[in-house]
Design a protein around this ligand. Sequence first.
Ligand SMILES: [Zn+2]
Length: 235
Amino acid sequence: MSLHDALKAECYEANLLLPKYGLIDLTFGNVSVADPSKGVFAIKPSGVDYDHLSPREMVVVDFDGAIVEGTLRPSSDTPTHRRLFQAFPGIRSVVHTHSRNAVAFAQAGRGIPCLGTTHCDYFYGEVPVTRPLTAQEVESDYEWETGNVIVESFREIDFSTVNAVLVHSHGPFAWGPSGAKAVETAHALEIVAEMALKALHLNPSLQPASPHLIEKHYLRKHGADAYYGQPEQPC
Ligand SMILES: [Zn+2]
């Protein structure tokens, strides 16, 4: 038993959802789950195949980057996750994948425009792409600087209503209030990326959906006046 067993279990379960949803090729991807009250997060160990993971192998790191628990090296993307936990208060989980359609937009250096209601059920407008990292950023503290360019992209975008991003020439990061919810968002991102890719192929001059449709679909599922689905039952 350890102080962080529940966190490690949630992190493990969320990581297993990545191959289940087809978001993973090889070992490209990772999920972290934080306990902000303790200033720590659990993250997948680096380079370990999803078939060989277990909850006790999750590595617990504090918000300053020190390993608190675990014998394996944490994911090499750990500084990016740490940067996002610092910058986006309230999020509890960060997901990174190389899911193919989202990566296609990232490699093209394009955000994913909101072309229809599937997109705006999850994201309140375009999912942005970051600027490319400079040579100096890549050579210095690459993974931390990756977090910095993500944060920079959200200066004028609300990270709580657009909870995903594409890192230029790299791939998507998504976040949320739990491991399962953040993975669901990464999954939704891949679905809308595929739909957008096909729609733009059929009509290269396609424009985003109208603001009133985007607003209607986003707000019926999110926010104070949401009415989509069933009301939350008391536990
Ligand atoms: Zn990556």
